[in-house]
Design a protein around this ligand. Structure first.
Ligand SMILES: Cc1cc2nc3c(=O)[nH]c(=O)nc-3n(C[C@H](O)[C@H](O)[C@H](O)COP(=O)(O)OP(=O)(O)OC[C@H]3O[C@@H](n4cnc5c(N)ncnc54)[C@H](O)[C@@H]3O)c2cc1C
Length: 364
């Protein structure tokens, strides 16, 4: 089948849906994104991508696929920065410190030293008070509020179409959009394929209903601190994590929490206070220069309190092909969801993998 005779329906317009839809267009397909929420809409807990940090700190120790997705995404981000100086993505020095050493933290530090080419373990003389170990390397920082509209614009400029819709099931989407189209098409397609990038929506999307999907809640603060030019992850003596991610805009994300299966959509005052206290203890430079000698959380310039739900899944990312019979015809379905706390750092790799799966199934 000629590529242009295939209509590709991508469900979802988060970082995964947008990256995947761009790669599908680049592969020569006619692509329409169907989504309930798009970049630029009012902020909502149902759209995880808006709430991310987002940096690139490899968590791939447990799976070869994850490793490949993170590597490919890192390379794509580096290429984007080289090609377009205005892209809302930047490289920044990153330091990870810990006040306590556990096998998990040791594994993570060892992994970082293997993953990032310029990484190195810090010598004892370089460590601040209370810190027992540290690693430094160059990471990627994505300015999320600018990056999502950038992806959307890139998709539309390349000829993609977008349709706001709540999809009740995969079969209803095919029935209504392929067999009885309600939106204009740019070609006369012989068939269609669906790519499912619904994140937590996969829990309630008909024909999917994936009960392995669950949220990992993340509370963060946005701090105005344009003088901060590097990222930091800091494990304190209790194993609690503070992290700092600078953005091009001069805002800094200060996190955070990792609360499994917690759907609470707004910030909790006691958590906000704990994030601030841990944050200025780990990194007093979040405060204006004249306020660092006696750090006080009231001197933080807090722009917003944020809550997002990481799109986690037992078993990790679902990158898989299935099929669906609708009105006597069989349609391929590619699933691309369940990226947890790593959707940005795996986005381009996942997008490529999803299109590879689509092309493989069409060749059969
Ligand atoms: C606090 C926090 C910090 C994070 N930090 C990082 C980080 O530093 N690095 C990193 O890589 N990742 C990070 N993440 C994770 C990252 O944000 C997610 O992995 C990623 O955003 C998931 O994207 P997604 O496109 O799968 O889901 P979403 O962004 O939730 O998008 C889902 C899309 O599907 C649509 N949809 C769902 N169901 C339907 C339906 N039935 N019909 C129509 N449309 C539907 C929605 O409208 C939306 O458009 C962080 C997340 C949080 C919360």
């Amino acid at each position: 089948m000629e590529k242009l005779e295939l209509e590709v329906f991508v469900i979802g317009s988060g970082v995964i849906g947008l990256s995947t839809a761009i790669r599908a267009l680049e592969a020569g397909y006619n692509v329409t994104i169907f989504a309930e929420i798009f970049p630029g809409d009012p902020k909502t807990i149902e759209y995880t991508s808006f709430w991310a940090g987002a940096n690139h700190i490899s968590v791939a120790t447990y799976s070869d696929l994850m490793h490949q997705l993170e590597r490919e995404t890192m390379q794509t981000f580096l290429d984007l920065i080289k090609e377009d100086p205005l892209v809302p993505v930047m490289t920044r020095p990153q330091i990870n410190y810990t006040e306590t050493m556990t096998p998990e933290i040791q594994n993570q530090f060892n992994h970082i030293c293997q993953f990032y080419p310029d990484s190195r373990s810090l010598d004892a003389g370089e460590l601040p008070k209370n810190v027992v170990a540290g690693v430094t390397f160059t990471t990627i920082c994505v300015d999320v509020p600018r990056y999502l509209p950038y992806l959307m614009e890139r998709f539309l400029r390349a000829g993609g179409k977008a349709c706001r819709a709540k999809v009740s099931s995969l079969s209803s989407l095919i029935s209504e959009s392929y067999h009885h189209p309600t939106i204009p098409r740019s070609s006369n397609p012989k068939s269609a394929a669906v790519i499912n990038c619904t994140g937590l929506g996969a829990l309630s999307l008909g024909d999917v209903l994936d009960t392995d999907v669950f949220p990992t809640r993340g509370e963060t603060l946005i701090i105005r601190a344009p003088w901060v030019h590097h990222g930091m992850t800091y494990y304190n003596e209790n194993g609690d994590i503070s992290y700092i991610i600078p953005r091009q805009s001069g805002d800094v994300i200060l996190g955070g929490t990792f609360q499994v299966d917690d759907w609470h959509p707004t910030s909790r005052p006691e958590t906000v206070r704990a994030i601030k206290e841990r944050g200025i203890r780990a990194y007093p430079e979040l405060l204006p220069a004249g306020k660092r000698a006696n750090p006080d959380i009231n001197d933080l310039d807090v722009v917003a309190e944020c809550v997002g739900l990481r799109t986690t899944r037992k078993g990790g990312i679902r990158l898989e092909t299935t099929s669906l019979d609708v009105d006597g015809q069989t349609f391929p379905v590619i699933h691309n969801y369940g990226h947890g706390g790593a959707g940005y750092q795996t986005s381009w790799g996942s997008a490529k993998h999803a299109i590879d799966l689509l092309q493989a199934t069409l060749k059969r």
